[in-house]
Design a protein around this ligand. Sequence first.
Ligand code: ASP
Ligand code: MG
Length: 470
Amino acid sequence: MSTLVMKFGGTSVGDAFAFAMVRDIVAEQARGGDRVIAVVSAMSGATDELTHGIVSAANGDKEIYHDVCNSLRERHVDVIAESIRDDATRDRLISIVDTLIAEYANLCASVHVLGEVTPRVMDAALSRGERLSARILAALLQQADVQSKAVDATDLIVTDQTFQNAAPIVQATRERISAHLVPLLDAGTTPVVTGFIAATQDGVTTTLGRGGSDYTAAIIGDALDADAVWIFTDVDGVMTADPHTVPEARVIPVISYTEVGELAYFGAKVLHPRTIRPVIEREIPVWVKNTFHPQRPGTRIVRDATNTHGTVKAVTMITGLSMVTIAGRGMIGIPGIAGRTFSAVAREGTSVLMISQASSEQSICFIIPTVSAKAVVHTLQEEMERELSRRDIDRIWADNDIVIISAIGTGMRGTPGISARIFGALGSAGINVIAIAQGSSECSISLVVTSADATRAVQQIHKEVINHGK
Ligand code: ASP
Ligand code: MG
């Protein structure tokens, strides 16, 4: 008998069909005698809609949140109507939907009057999505004769007061999880826990940050010392590339925690590495699997990579970027330019994705999201006013339509020749590389190209380096 945490993301509970898949996956495991804890996200898009409704209410619009209420009500009621046979259960669930949505509408109405929404109120509003989906899944399992109960993670996960991005308090959380979940599991009940949400010591609702349901699963897996955590999503696992860009992209069977971190940083939509740290540290296996094809093997995430010598595992791209350059001959040997540059960027609240400085010190360039480019260039021009007027710095400017492409794999560490293969692949396709960076962890090589070349560059690296390196 094993203890298994199964987390289902938004697309896995996106409609009645998806809910039925989830029900079957959980039911099969529970009937086999395992102790199963299901963790669910809100229906796909629900958290975005809830955000949009309440933010627009704060900004003075009182129509949008009503539309959000109607559309969310309809989506949940549709699932209930399509999948729940028993009249009493159906009515009970629909009245839960109405209550939770009415509470949300009240929050929006107050926010509209106040003209402002605090992070604390945001969390109260956003928590509705998970509360709804957990109750529906628990009812579906009951209907399939699996004893089940919806549990709000506000009773399980104790956090600090950093609303919208709260940090769990480990000991208190462990105690609550064992006090609440162990008796249920001992009684043969499958808890369906709301992902994403938690509460302060005083019971005020918080959330763990967007995409936080993975974190919920990992926290529970850690507290219960689970045998495995399965993260269910709508793809077959972690892929060698985005299949929209590279049709022949494949599932990566085993990937290390570090590599997942690099992938997430460099734009692949896999799980946020922070969120699975609790289980990785305990060496609890984490699997990423497809809700719609649960028999496929998926990807296993392990703590340390073994036997990956010389291999590049994945290639990603991040679009919507600009490259800011500070150039001037007078910069040579002047200490502090880089420091002042990045302090000024940080004051703008912009995070820098990549930096490169030529050793001749005649320019510094770095990559930031295009949305911040204008403001950053302006701030830097102010910061460097004196240097600009003295001509120590000639010019500060931004180039838009920039893409960062990253090749990722711990196997690159200490393996010569990989960058040669990457650049060879691009060179033979006539793709111009604007800048290059390799982190000293040697887990990834990043390069900058224009958006016109980006797709071809990713395809080229996938074809010549990943597929050939197999
Ligand atoms: N529903 C939340 C979100 O969309 C949490 C999650 O899906 O993991 O961010
Ligand atoms: Mg989600």
